[in-house]
Design a protein around this ligand. Structure first.
Ligand code: CTP
Length: 216
């Protein structure tokens, strides 16, 4: 199978030297890429800026902004059997990007922010998509309720939910996996490399089940 994986943060520029971003390390996405390769799959890894070396043998696409990630995902989704959108895409971007460095002012400044495009939702809206669609949800509260809402609103097959306070910038995580048929599965705290191997097995089986169902 071919896995398309997004990983890491996006950066939304304010001026030539500043941007809005978040604390995503990319570790979960890169671990999934590594595990998918080990399981014999092809991998397209679309990544924001992180301090990790891309695994060898991936088709690696480096992006910076949410718009660049959006375009790269749209271009490659239909070549994929499983799309795993693990990236922490910024929800907002500055309405105006200054071409020159903004100078410090004694009275402070306000930034106007506009929403970015939701990449996961755009794939969920595709009619007759062939690929399995997996989203992530990093939450700090009401984990299951928030993740269930995302599963429904973004029309995914699977949402992998985790507590942002455990998973961000660390090597470990604890997962709650929600499936569109209402099934749930918990994986207790473990290294991201272990979780990635479990997730790849789950995604592969889910896509096989989807295809078998479609044939009948
Ligand atoms: N996502 C995306 N495009 C965006 C924002 C999010 O594709 N512009 C994807 C993420 O990659 C993840 C999922 O949507 O797979 C959930 O992201 P998250 O940031 O948890 O949710 P949001 O929809 O941004 O909602 P909120 O920030 O309110 O929790």
């Amino acid at each position: 199978m071919t896995f398309l994986i997004t990983a890491g943060p996006t950066r939304e520029p304010i001026d030539p030297v500043r941007y809005i971003s978040n604390r995503s390390s990319g570790k979960m996405g890169y671990a999934i890429a590594e595990a998918a390769l080990d399981a014999g799959h092809d991998v397209i890894l679309i990544s924001g800026s992180v301090n990790l070396a891309p695994p060898r043998d991936t088709k690696f696409i480096s992006i910076s902004t949410s718009d660049e990630m959006f375009e790269a995902v749209q271009r490659h989704a239909d070549e994929s059997d499983v799309c795993v959108l693990c990236a922490a895409v910024a929800d907002y971007r500055p309405a105006h990007v200054s071409p020159v460095k903004i100078k410090k002012r004694a009275d402070g400044i306000s930034l106007e922010l506009l929403p970015t495009r939701d990449i996961l939702q755009s794939l969920g809206r595709r009619q007759n998509r062939k690929f399995l669609l997996v989203g992530f949800a990093a939450e700090t509260d009401h984990l299951e309720a928030n993740a269930t809402k995302k599963l429904r609103e973004k029309n995914c097959d699977i949402i992998v939910a985790n507590d942002a306070r455990i998973g961000m910038e660390t090597d470990e995580n604890e997962l709650l996996i929600l499936f569109c048929d209402g099934e749930t599965k918990r994986i207790s705290r473990a290294p991201k490399t272990f979780l990635a191997r479990e997730l790849v097995k789950i995604f592969q089986n889910s896509q096989q089940k989807r295809l078998t169902k479609k044939m009948w």
